[in-house]
Design a protein around this ligand. Structure first.
Ligand code: FMN
Length: 186
């Protein structure tokens, strides 16, 4: 799949085939794509837990109060240790941690999509429950988790905003591009 097609076909999936189990090595490849995202000062913050224990997956579904999670064969949990970034950049380090986690997660989602797998970004959960299930230390931050499987059915793509409602040129709210210099664009 090329990049445009992968971006266009990515969608959040909330129904998984219970009879078809993905090869976990494909998920490892998606995590490998995630860790190649840009990092402030090249300082990594994220670690990933690949969960295949059905009991833990059930408990994660309960921690998020989202039943569909329990249908999947794997969950990937993205955990951030912000401390090195904060040491390097003070309070800005926390901002960088969230930004680079988002960049890593998007790489992960695109690689999952490219491999024909399905997932959904889960951001709504009780943090301490997830920490208890996976024995994650208290000082770490659970960025999100991702149930993974093959899509059951073929859900509709969500409507995306129109480009012209989302961008300006040169100044805030300027909707039109007025070339400023007579330099040929290539
Ligand atoms: C930060 C964040 C948190 C999210 N949390 C949840 C969640 O807890 N449960 C869920 O079903 N979807 C969650 N989503 C997925 C969004 O609902 C979904 O991306 C959005 O509806 C757009 O649909 P699409 O991903 O198919 O384009 C989350 C997405 C983001 C970016």
């Amino acid at each position: 799949m090329n990049l445009d097609k992968t971006i266009d076909t990515r969608k959040s999936i909330r129904k998984f085939k219970t009879t078809k189990k993905p090869n976990w090595k494909k998920i490892v490849e998606a995590i490998d794509a995630a860790i190649k995202a840009p990092l402030a000062g090249n300082i990594p913050n994220l670690k990933f837990i690949l969960v295949d224990d059905p009991e833990k997956i059930q408990l994660l579904a309960e921690a998020a109060q989202q039943d569909f999670i329990s249908q999947c064969h794997y969950v990937v949990v993205a955990v951030s240790d912000d401390s090195q970034l904060v040491r390097a950049y003070d309070e800005r380090g926390t901002r960088y941690a969230r930004q680079q986690s988002g960049a890593a997660i998007e790489n992960f989602l695109l690689k999952i999509t490219e491999q024909g797998l399905a997932t959904c970004w889960i951001g709504d959960f009780v943090d301490h429950q997830v920490k208890d299930i996976l024995t994650i230390p208290d000082d770490l931050f659970i960025e999100a988790f991702f149930p993974i499987g093959y899509e059951f059915g073929n859900s509709k793509q969500r409507l995306k905003p129109r480009l012209d409602t989302r961008m300006y040129f040169n100044t805030w709210k300027e909707k039109y591009m007025v070339p400023t210099k007579k330099v040929e664009a290539i």
